[in-house]
Design a protein around this ligand. Structure first.
Ligand code: HEC
Length: 193
């Protein structure tokens, strides 16, 4: 029957497209319908199978803070990715580590619940992927109110509408305090609240 396609170009194209379509269905549409585990994030505890890490859902308050972080465009100045580079993990200079402890490298589990990515591309300010627990709420409040009060010469803009709105401040600080916390990477457990 297919020999007819040898002589008829239109028929050849129609049959070829039909077969291509069936192939597409079999390889891309059918597998996720049969195996639902594909779409669920899962925790990997076996380093030989890839990056390990703990999945932690946002609480409603942290989720609200995440949305404020996106709304205010923090990611235009801050990245959230500790890469494998020494200059990223170090606690000296502009690395993500702090108070003498180097930071762990970012892994996929940290981003599975983000529906808009916050990786960022530009480090006008420092990377924030490990800032959870580095400062307390009071510090963040003063810093959002006017960064230059705490860090002379800072070019971070003030965000008084957050600093003076307890609901938004609580949410944003709760979100910032989650950054890197699931990694529990401080040997002395010296996280600020
Ligand atoms: C115009 C660029 C810019 C924007 C926008 C910006 N920041 Fe910053 N940020 C900086 C700079 C520069 C620093 C370093 C100086 C300082 O600490 O103030 C900084 C520092 C910080 C720090 C302290 C980091 C550390 O490890 O010491 C935090 C936390 C922070 N910013 C959070 C935010 C949040 C949250 C937003 C959004 C509401 C934001 N920033 C928006 C530039 C920016």
């Amino acid at each position: 029957m297919l020999s007819k396609t040898d002589k008829n170009a239109t028929l050849f194209i129609v049959v070829a497209l039909g077969l291509f379509f069936i192939g597409g269905l079999l390889t891309t549409v059918l597998p996720p319908l049969l195996d639902k585990s594909w779409s669920k994030p899962f925790e990997n505890n076996d380093p030989s199978k890839g990056p390990t890490g703990k999945l932690v859902q946002y609480t409603p308050l942290q989720q609200k803070g995440y949305e404020i972080y996106i709304r205010e465009g923090c990611k235009y100045c801050h990245t959230q990715q500790t890469r494998t580079l020494l200059s990223d993990v170090t606690s000296k200079g502009a690395g993500s580590g702090w108070k003498g402890v180097d930071a762990p490298v970012s892994t996929p589990d940290e981003f599975v619940y983000d529906y808009r990515q916050t990786f960022g591309t530009k480090r006008t300010g420092p990377d924030l992927s490990r800032v959870g627990g580095k400062y307390n709420r009071q510090w963040h409040k003063a810093h959002f109110n006017n960064p230059r009060d705490l860090v002379p010469g800072s070019i971070m803009p003030p965000f008084p509408w957050i600093a003076n709105n307890p609901d938004e401040l609580d949410a944003l600080v709760a979100y910032l305090q989650t950054r890197g916390r699931a990694k529990n990477w401080r040997p002395d457990n010296d996280y600020e609240q």
